[in-house]
Write a protein that binds this ligand. Structure first.
Ligand code: FES
Length: 576
């Protein structure tokens, strides 16, 4: 359908651009150099997370120009705007990390407000780092105007003494350095070469996991998630996304026509098959909530149980996103899963076609070993397991991708820490023993607040060669870069009196990822007696956004959303 035939009288932007009463509004648009023709065309918000905070988002300004060319070529008028980001790689390991997960909400909220306030007819959402991807997708389904997602692309691998390296090597180098296994000079040299370009962390950490989701859930064009940020081919995907969003307006295809329960299941399936980040178990429920679909941590974990882990990606495997793109991209993974019956092929996507139709011309690439056939997986089930037990009545999650089955059961005495810094200090001083279960609590969504990631601690453990000799449990969460037996999202969290808050040093904890259990060797009576002595701790956030966040945020099991009791809005502003 020709976008020039779009009936403007039914679009939201008519409230801004049409009729004599809107003459002042048009004046403002003329003030920005728009022509009469451009003012009366559909207005398309091009939301980017561009900023100079981190390499993940730095190329989005360039890519946004390509999106705008695509929109303009299809007779639309692009209006670019930016939202915030907090980049985990730089926010982690200190108090700034508390801002990370809350930033997802601010991104969704701020995109919503600009879109509503300016009555844009459609949205191209561009994002490049861990929280900006789910935040942007949440905004898309919340607003439910025609929308398409574009990822900023991943970083290129670095090279250190002839070997490819990623930022994961950098974090683990800190642990090696702390025990004298790496010199100051080597640390200095590595930090200068580990991240050689623009783009998000290159392994299947949270950004690439959610980028994989963007294609699998149907909100992004096939192949668009895979191309690294510096590749100029990204600009072609961006231009195509700009043109495609105009078609979505013409056909009135909206995000909630695309993000159905089956689409969420497809998304969780590709996360499982690629050994993706446990953060998907937070973000998929949050996206689902925006369209009124119940899809929680256990729904994600259920899919992991029945999905083969077939993409050999770091941190559990050998390859990075660039390698995946070069052998066939996300479509190769999706086609493999589709042919083996693990994906719903009838889900609609932003191409206006179904997943199966999009994959019709994708063929198996025999000259690669990044993606394996579904019949010979790396492990027969996905890399993440949901846990429940007397220590996590509401649930918890553990990533087992890359961990041998005989190491997926762990019993040991608790070493309890009331924040990450205390645990990190103990680890760097080697003040723990092989066999310990390190417990980091009061780091949940409400307690942190902000559910920090514990990558500094887990990377330090790995750097010391102890990553598989201890276990770690927390009501906080882990980075996609985390390795080791690390149990996150333990709920209810300590701040609201969950059992994790009742633990004492020496309590015997058993984690059984085969059975899916997380228990402490204490009777119900003993836990009840300890609960009677427990008192809530004053929050570290007493003002500002983090205080506001702590008041409203819900549990990790439902995605740590800030409007857990609120129903999603059934009508888009486009229909009012
Ligand atoms: Fe942005 Fe890793 S820090 S993707």
């Amino acid at each position: 359908m020709d976008a020039r035939l779009i009936d403007k009288s039914k679009l939201p932007s008519r409230y801004v651009t049409e009729g004599p009463a809107r003459a002042p509004h048009r004046s403002y648009l003329y003030a920005m150099g728009l022509t009469k023709e451009q003012i009366h065309q559909p207005l398309v918000g091009v939301a980017t997370c561009w900023n100079e905070a981190a390499p993940c988002n730095i190329s989005l300004m360039r890519q946004a120009q390509a999106v705008k060319k695509g929109v303009a070529a299809a007779a639309g008028t692009p209006r670019e705007f930016c939202t915030i980001t907090v980049t985990d790689g730089i926010a982690m390991g200190h108090n700034g990390m508390r801002a990370s997960l809350p930033s997802r909400e601010v991104i969704a909220d701020s995109v919503e407000l600009t879109m509503r306030g300016h009555a844009y007819d459609a949205l191209v959402g561009m994002a490049g780092c861990d929280k900006s991807l789910p935040g942007m997708m949440m905004a898309m389904v919340r607003l439910n105007v025609p929308a398409i997602f574009i990822y900023g692309g991943s970083i290129l691998p670095g090279s250190f003494r002839g070997k490819p390296v990623t930022v994961q090597d950098m974090f683990e180098a800190v642990g090696k350095h702390s025990v004298g296994e790496m010199s100051d000079d080597d640390l200095d040299e590595l930090e200068q070469v580990a991240c050689p370009s623009a783009g998000a962390c290159g392994a299947q950490f949270t950004a690439n996991t959610m980028a994989t989701v963007s294609e699998a859930i149907g909100l992004a064009l096939p192949y668009s998630a895979g191309a690294p940020a510096p590749y100029e081919i990204r600009d072609r995907f961006c231009a195509a996304a700009g043109e495609m969003v105009m078609e979505l307006i013409a056909k009135n295809i909206r995000p909630r026509d695309i993000v159905t329960l089956k689409a969420l299941e497809n998304a969780a399936t590709v996360v499982a098959a690629s050994g993706g980040s446990t953060n998907a178990a937070l973000h998929l429920p949050a996206i689902a909530h925006e369209c009124g679909i119940k899809f929680d941590l256990f729904d994600v974990a259920e899919i992991f149980k029945r999905t083969p882990y077939i993409a050999d990606l770091k941190p559990g495997g050998r390859y990075v996103a660039k390698d995946m793109f070069e052998v066939g991209g996300i479509p190769l993974l999706m086609k493999t899963l589709l042919d083996a019956g693990f994906l719903h092929g009838d889900c609609l996507t932003v191409t206006g076609r179904t997943i199966a139709e999009n994959m019709a011309k994708v063929s198996w690439n025999p000259d690669q070993d990044v993606v394996r056939p579904a019949t010979s997986p790396i492990t027969p089930t996905g890399g993440v397991v949901g846990l429940k037990g007397n220590l996590a009545p509401e649930g918890a999650i553990v990533k087992v991708a890359g961990i041998p089955a005989d190491k997926q059961i762990f019993t040991g005495p608790a070493r309890v820490f009331d924040n990450e810094e205390a645990c990190f200090e103990a680890v760097t001083k080697r003040d723990y023993k092989e066999g310990d279960v390190l417990v980091i609590r009061y780091e949940g969504p409400k307690g942190g607040p902000g559910m920090r990631e514990m990558l500094s601690t887990t990377a330090a453990l790995y750097g010391q060669g102890m990553g598989d000799k201890v276990a770690l449990i927390t009501d906080g969460r882990f980075s996609g870069a985390t390795r080791g037996f690390c149990i996150g999202h333990v709920g209810p969290e300590a701040a609201i009196g969950g059992p994790i808050g009742l633990l004492r040093d020496g309590d015997l904890i058993t984690i059984d990822a085969i059975k899916g259990t997380l228990d402490v060797d204490l009777s119900d009576e003993a836990l009840t007696a300890r609960r009677a002595e427990w008192a809530p701790r004053p929050s570290t956030a007493t003002s500002g956004y983090l205080w506001k966040y702590a008041q409203g945020v819900g549990p990790a099991v439902g995605g740590a959303i800030t409007h857990p009791g609120g129903a999603h809005e059934t009508k888009s502003y486009a229909d009012l």
